[in-house]
Design a protein around this ligand. Structure first.
Ligand code: NAD
Length: 473
């Protein structure tokens, strides 16, 4: 039992108002205060490591190592990054020197936007909620967190621990969802979205992103969207196929395939398809020697509804299931599954799969692979992956496609790489949620000047002679 209590709807406008008041108190203008709060996020994780891992297991059946890899370490890295850099990021900068303007002391300062709303999805309940929180704190904002209702144990733990670790006036959460997902009559999200926020950072699916963006537009609130899509993998038959198979299968099965950057479909030359499938089968046997159902290295789908959704895709596909295919809806279990001979119009190609099912699409050559990637409605995926040792092959694919990320010979790992932001382009999102780029989004560059004098009418000859007025020296 998760023990999650939904926030009463009439509390939400009150929380919003309190956050605005807390922001206006000026408390966050102290960098020392921001640093202390950033560090507290880290302690909130570290002090209760096992409880978080147990909660992730309860909600997602997820192996503890995956929670460490995907939820813990990225947040702790973000804590370190923000803690070490916040002074530099927030420091007032002088404008580039100009003889014409310098006497007016032109300056730029990244100032907080105000009260930020962060809405996160279920698949990485810590990473996707706390990473943006850390940066929002560094930026000096007040924050409302809206975790996913799909991970009630994680959300209940957050509700318990957050008030113990973070400033209760500035950083709050609201638990709940939409009526259909909560089985409750209350529509928490609608209530939240009616209010005016200073920036909204939404991570989740594109359908909801449109709802959020439309609600934000009513208040002219800027929105960052971090969405999904179908990430293609292009296989060069001359690649190191064993390595490719290992990395692709890992990327497809980590968190039970519920990763925004997971490989979604593989484009492989027709006469190489069976070699690829055989390599995947070999790796599968080493990953799950006693079968995935008994393995403690393989998680579960988040809900019966999502399990049914993926099952439906498997029922509908005209491709051939060559590996896995077992489904137990009541246990939210879908075996890692590979389907070959998938065509462009197949059910598996209709939408992001977001589960442990990989579609293999045979193609004539790399040009056809590129054509398929570009012909999709959401043709700017979050990532395009290429497995090849050939520089020309890689640049052909990357040079003729658009995506949030372009990775050769691996999948997903860009999300954890130091110094790289995560973000989509076009239908896979706009903006970023890691590091300095996120700090920039959650702050406004306020410019300032202090002008010692200016020539007013009646103008006198030589009035512009003073250096301060030498606009065109
Ligand atoms: P979800 O169902 O947990 O929903 C995400 C959030 O949206 C939740 O907080 C939920 O309460 C809220 N929500 C649901 N319905 C809503 C509505 N009608 N109006 C407003 N808010 C609503 O998760 P999901 O959306 O299914 O998440 C999976 C998607 O997120 C996938 O497409 C995945 O690729 C994407 N994703 C993207 C990234 C990224 O970095 N780009 C990261 C993780 C997940």
């Amino acid at each position: 039992m998760s023990g999650l209590v939904y926030t009463p709807l009439d509390e939400i406008p009150k929380i919003h108002q309190e956050l605005q008041q807390a922001f206006r108190s000026g408390k966050t203008s102290s960098i020392a205060f921001r640093k202390e709060q950033i560090a507290q996020v880290g302690y909130m994780l570290k002090d209760h490591e096992q409880r978080w891992k147990d909660a992730a297991f309860a909600d997602l059946g997820r192996p503890a190592l995956e929670t460490e890899m995907f939820d813990f370490s990225p947040v702790l890295n973000e804590v370190r990054l923000a803690y070490d850099n916040v002074e530099k990021w927030a420091k007032q900068q002088s404008a580039p020197f100009s003889l014409s303007w310098f006497v007016m002391s032109p300056k730029l300062k990244a100032e907080p936007k105000g009260v930020i709303l962060i809405i996160a999805p279920f698949n990485f309940p810590l990473f996707l909620l706390l990473n943006p929180l850390v940066t929002a704190i560094a930026a000096g904002n007040a924050v409302l967190l809206k975790p996913s209702e799909m991970t009630p144990t994680m959300s209940a733990l957050l509700a318990e621990l957050m008030p113990q670790y973070l400033d209760n006036d500035l950083y709050r959460f609201v638990n709940g969802g939409v009526a259909e997902t909560t089985k409750a009559s209350q529509n928490t999200i609608r209530t939240i979205l009616e209010l005016q926020w200073d920036h909204i950072l939404y991570i989740g699916n594109a359908r909801v992103a449109k709802i959020v963006s439309m609600a934000a537009a009513k208040h002219l609130t800027p929105v960052t969207t971090e969405l999904g899509g179908k990430n293609p993998v292009v296989i060069d038959p001359k690649c190191d196929i064993k390595t490719a198979a290992r990395r692709i299968l890992w990327g497809k099965t980590a968190n039970c395939g519920q990763v925004c950057l997971a490989p979604d479909y593989v484009l492989v030359p027709k006469d190489f398809q069976d070699t690829f499938v055989d390599a995947m089968k070999e790796v599968y046997a080493t990953f799950y020697p006693t079968g995935p159902a008994n393995s403690d290295s393989f998680g579960r789908v988040v809900s019966e509804a999502h399990t049914n959704r993926i099952k439906h895709l498997l029922d509908e596909t005209k491709g051939t299931v060559v590996l896995g295919g077992e489904v137990d809806v009541s246990k939210k279990y879908i075996a890692p599954t590979i389907v070959k001979d998938v065509t462009e119009d197949d059910a598996l190609m209709s939408d992001e799969i977001f589960g442990p099912v990989l579609a293999v699409v045979p193609v004539k050559d790399v040009n056809e692979a590129i054509k398929i990637i570009n012909s999709r409605e959401e043709d700017h995926p979050l990532a395009v992956y290429v497995f090849s040792q050939d520089a020309a092959f890689k640049s052909q694919v990357f040079g003729h496609t658009q995506s949030g990320a372009a990775l050769a010979n691996d999948v997903i790992i860009n999300a954890g790489a130091h110094g790289l932001p995560v973000g989509g382009v076009g239908p896979s999102g706009s903006g970023y949620y890691r590091g300095k780029q996120t700090f920039d989004q959650l702050t406004h560059l306020r410019v300032s000047m202090d002008n010692p004098s200016w020539p007013f009418p009646p103008y006198k000859p030589g009035g512009l002679k003073r250096a301060s007025m030498a606009l065109f020296p």
